[in-house]
Write a protein that binds this ligand. Sequence first.
Ligand SMILES: *[C@@H]1O[C@H](CO)[C@@H](O)[C@H](O)[C@H]1NC(C)=O
Ligand SMILES: *[C@@H]1O[C@H](CO)[C@@H](O)[C@H](O)[C@H]1NC(C)=O
Length: 407
Amino acid sequence: MANTAVIILFSIVLLCITATQGRKTLHQNNEWLTSYPVVDDIDGICKTMVETQGYTCEEHKVTTEDGYILSLQRMPVGRSGKKADKPPVLLQHGIFADAITWLFNLPDESLGFILADNGYDVWLANTRGTKYSSGHTSLDPNDMAYWDWSWDELASYDLPAFVQYVYNQTGQKVHYVGYSLGALMALAAFSQGQVLNMLRSAALLGPTAHMNQITSLPIKIAAESFIADAVYWLGLREFIPNGQVEAKFVEDICNTLHMNCLKLITPFTGPNCCINSSRIDVFLDHEPQPTATKNLIHLSQMIRTGNIAKYDYDVQEQNMQNYGQPVPPPYDMTEIPNEFPLFLSNGGQDMLSDVKDLQVLLNDLKDHDGNKLVVLFKEDYAHLDYAMGVNANQMIYDPMMAFFKDN
Ligand SMILES: *[C@@H]1O[C@H](CO)[C@@H](O)[C@H](O)[C@H]1NC(C)=O
Ligand SMILES: *[C@@H]1O[C@H](CO)[C@@H](O)[C@H](O)[C@H]1NC(C)=O
């Protein structure tokens, strides 16, 4: 799994699973049947994470074409009170997380605050199924059908809704920042020509695209288990990282590997160099967020094959029904327009976004205009350092903002 691996997927997720286990008692059986509290603005992200730090914040909502009601937060003003004079930036989190990804370190270390302080009009996205984006025009998270999606839908519905909304509200083209699964969403959308006309550039951090080379053993085992037991997992529809069934699943993997589950962050994500361990509790007050088990199975398929393709129903007739062909159509990364400005950053210690997998992506992009592709390699960074590293401001965010200035 991964952020999923894939993506952040698995990484944040597992981090949360393992960390929460140490801190909280396990929930009741059948936790996935509990109903969702109505979240109002009083305990929303603006009130709890942004205004508490002295920043202005607005709550926004957008409805996707398939009916999901998603929340965004906007930070239009820096700490100094100066209104944004630079273009909008949309930040897209990875799997098992939400917009709090960009806010939970100190303001000087968290990308959301840093961009606002540098004069950008900051927009934070929250994908379907997360706490502040659990609405739908006709479905409820307690309905099976609510969880019938994978990152295919995040790329084809959520991402276009966010980008279109920010573009409409600001009347300006947008810079995009995608972390882990948030990078994959963008690559998939770009390869199909979506949203590019509303974007200035994209920065992809710890990108998961091809996932064949993942070196994290527990994630490989988790991926194989998801595929082997797909029917069972799809029956649960929703994967709640700190739920009882899910925690047991991770524990079984740890036992198989004779690992101590409480020390799993490294085996799952790589040796993160620069995380402030005393901030983990702040993170766990808000995360992890659930995802669709179908999304985890989709990521698992990618880990097995190394391909970037749509969800495989595994039954030819079902693929025919959904795609008009017996195998799922691939996303062709070579279709990303060569002149579109891209900033990619990956870490030498990242076990989810492996250096060899990124090489495959860079090979797909080999015809990209040289001055429209910036690749920043950070030898000592692992997956979580991109969102949580206390020195990511200098190491990653400063070069990224320099790239924005040029594009
Ligand atoms: C953006 O604006 C167009 C034109 O006014 C409108 O049709 C569309 O629904 C808007 N989309 C979003 C996501 O705000
Ligand atoms: C780490 O987190 C603690 C607790 O929030 C904070 O007091 C400290 O300043 C942080 N250190 C760094 C280097 O960010």
